[in-house]
Design a protein. Structure first.
Length: 405
């Protein structure tokens, strides 16, 4: 009995690090649904830190198990490995300013860990020890779909028995790029994956966020335009199918649901308002600017550092010691001041570079990475933590001679 288990564990840690990171993310989401929402009955919207620290625990375990690989880490010089140095610079500045400002130690740690893991994982993913086994794209698709499907079913079950949970597709910022990469490159497309995806979409139809909707529309639009360039009739047909699908989706939506209100609310967005999800993001921007201005030129140029907090008025509550920001430019300004805009410009440039480079390689994994980069660019404008907590998978550097299984 022990031998098969040991073999399974050994085979898992022989997988490419890129695969393992993604599996850890989905496993954390699944466990959160099962333990914290279904069993303990906690609110679904209060699970961010539970999932975050569970994921960190999995990565810490991975570091311990893979310590020999880490000790023999050889860094390859390329644009992505050089880019990882930027995160170490950001960590140094954030720690220095945070400590000198006497910010709360736990909040400093909470800001440090994601950036460190991104930088370290970028380097680890390029090491021979991690890349000797090609990325098994099909296996990754099936594992993540299984975990996402089970998490969605658990959410529906918890909601049905009166728990404050919802059926949702976990980590849509990662799962949607994976699904569409498979849809574009796998012929024939696996029926089980298609059935699971449609089922999850139906179950979670009231919980789809605007960023995911924008990503889907962009993918449909870009793919249709590419098809029009190759075959106008086929491209137009695809666009018509897309319009029919979007119309069907709209007709299926229950009025008053979160997804319905989000779509209707797009036409009513008022950037001068400080209420609602968009207005509260604007309120964060105003409050950060006020806090930095009150701190003088040094704060404006260098920010509040890791663990820095501010006060902000939201629609229904006033928050003190608030240390979060949704927009990337606000988060970088909060942590690093005007210097943050330089860091953000470099980060955005690298996402664009790696996305374009990955598309040109035309493999299943490279298309997945390209779509991850597109998703990352969108989330910079809506929820920057979605990029940070992915722990560096957007910055996988794929060698031209490497192949996925």
């Amino acid at each position: 009995m022990l031998v098969p288990i040991q073999r399974i564990i050994s085979d898992f840690f022989d997988k490419n690090l890129f695969e393992r990171i993604i599996i850890y993310l989905f496993l954390s989401a699944f466990i959160s649904k099962l333990v914290f929402e279904l069993i303990l009955g906690q609110w679904h919207f209060a699970q961010s830190q539970n999932k975050q620290w569970m994921f960190y625990s999995f990565l810490a375990l991975d570091y311990i198990v893979s310590f020999k690989k880490i000790l023999n880490l050889k860094i390859t010089i390329n644009p992505l490995s050089l880019f990882s140095l930027l995160f170490f610079v950001m960590i140094a500045q954030g720690l220095f300013i945070g400590v000198t400002n006497h910010n709360t130690p736990f909040k400093i740690l909470d800001d440090t860990v994601p950036l460190f893991m991104i930088a370290f994982n970028i380097l680890r993913m390029q090491s021979y020890a991690e890349m000797k086994n090609p990325i098994n794209f099909k296996s990754l698709l099936y594992i993540t779909t299984s975990l996402a499907f089970l998490a969605c079913i658990l959410g529906a079950t918890a909601n049905a028995i009166g728990r404050p949970s919802v059926a949702s597709i976990p980590l849509m910022q990662i799962y949607l790029p994976l699904f569409f990469a498979a849809l574009f490159t796998m012929k024939p497309f696996p029926k089980k994956i298609a059935i699971a995806f449609v089922t999850m979409l139906i179950l979670s139809i009231t919980e789809v966020n605007r960023t995911s909707m924008l990503f889907i529309l962009l993918i449909m639009g870009i793919y249709s335009l590419l098809e029009i360039m190759k075959s106008p009739s086929k491209g137009v047909l695809l666009m018509m199918v897309g319009v029919i699908l979007c119309s069907s989706f709209w007709m299926m939506l229950p009025k008053g649901s979160k997804t319905y209100n989000r779509i209707v609310g797009i036409a009513e967005i008022d950037l001068s308002s400080r209420k609602g999800s968009v207005g509260e993001r604007q309120a964060e921007q105003d409050a950060v600017a006020t806090k930095l201005e009150a701190g003088g030129k040094t704060k404006q140029w260098l920010g509040l550092g890791f663990g820095g907090t501010y006060e902000v008025q939201f629609t229904h509550k006033y928050l003190k010691n608030y240390g979060h920001a949704h927009y990337a430019w606000v988060w970088f300004n909060l942590r690093f001041g005007y210097m943050g805009y330089i860091y953000l410009t470099i980060l955005t440039t690298i996402l664009i570079y790696n996305g374009i480079r990955s598309v040109s390689l035309r493999t299943e994994t490279s298309i997945f990475v390209a779509l991850l980069c597109l998703s990352g660019l969108i989330y910079l404008m809506t929820y920057v933590n979605a990029l940070f907590l992915a722990s560096g998978i957007h910055f996988l550097y794929i060698n031209k001679d490497s192949k996925s299984e």
